[in-house]
Design a binder for this molecule. Structure first.
Ligand code: 5GP
Length: 190
């Protein structure tokens, strides 16, 4: 059965960096971008391929058409996973990797989608370190920053949803850990 790796973790934990490195190591693992109604942070993000940016109206139209395998509202914006895209890939025998927040993982745990879910949570070494990373990134301030830090506390209450937790102290070490998890899970056949 194909494996659906879902990477979760607070904004600022280093998910994007880790995902980029891990994708380079496993070129046959198919990365599936998310849909979001959040506006791009900058022109670079528009091209980065992590998201497909759509309007709130378009997102809601897709919800009504049952187009998402899971979706969530995070800090006031929609985020979701295309149902048909993931199901088609898994059915064709590909292993898939993508990110989602805790609400998304909770929905995926309850759903059948033709693959085996492996949920991995990336944790920052500490809360002050997370705040520091968020500030250094400089993309959120005021209410948005507060909402994101509140969401982190929510997420920490849901760690039992996950198969693995990786504490991201140093990127190279975390990439090794993630790679070991991916290799082990891909060689585990049900
Ligand atoms: P950000 O705005 O910082 O890019 O993302 C906010 C949160 O939404 C992050 O926790 C990110 O992992 C999560 N997210 C990204 N894509 C998806 C998705 O497809 N579904 C869900 N449920 N959450 C997502």
């Amino acid at each position: 059965m194909s494996v659906f790796f879902v990477i979760c973790g607070p904004s600022g934990a280093g998910k994007t960096t880790l995902l980029t490195r891990v994708r380079r190591r496993f070129p046959d693992l198919v990365y599936v971008p998310s849909y979001t109604s959040r506006p791009p942070r900058n022109p670079r993000e528009l091209k980065a391929g992590r998201y497909r940016f759509i309007s709130k109206e378009e997102f809601e139209r897709r919800i009504r058409q049952n187009g998402f395998l899971e979706y969530a509202v995070y800090a006031g914006n929609y985020y979701g996973t295309s149902r048909s895209e993931v199901q088609t890939l898994l059915k064709a025998g590909h292993d898939v990797i993508k990110e989602a927040d805790v609400q998304g993982v909770r929905q995926l745990r309850r759903r059948r989608f033709g693959g085996r879910l492996v949920a991995i949570f990336i944790l920052p070494p500490s809360l002050p370190e997370l705040e520091h990373r968020l500030d250094k990134r400089g993309t959120e301030s005021g209410a948005a920053r507060r909402k994101r830090l509140a969401a982190v506390l929510d997420e920490l209450g849901a760690l039992d949803l996950f198969d693995y937790i990786v504490i991201n102290r140093r990127v190279p070490e975390s990439v090794e850990r993630l790679s070991a998890i991916i290799r082990a899970e891909r060689s585990f056949h049900t």
